[in-house]
Design a protein around this ligand. Sequence first.
Ligand SMILES: [Zn+2]
Length: 76
Amino acid sequence: MKYLVLLLVIVAVLWLARSRPRVARPDRAAKSDRAAPQAMIECTHCGVHLPRAEAVAGLQGHYCSDAHRLAHGDSR
Ligand SMILES: [Zn+2]
């Protein structure tokens, strides 16, 4: 009986040691995603905010789409 309790303690310790790193890894990945915010800009025509990478550049500013660039009279 004494050895059975000892065996259960060893199995429990090994199980905890194996399960903890697996839980921690997705946390670290989520934090690194949040650490890189994207620069947001405002559409010169309608005022909607969008990531700079998705914006259409014009002579008078940035736009959410080519249609809004043309509607604002910006010919690039
Ligand atoms: Zn717009």
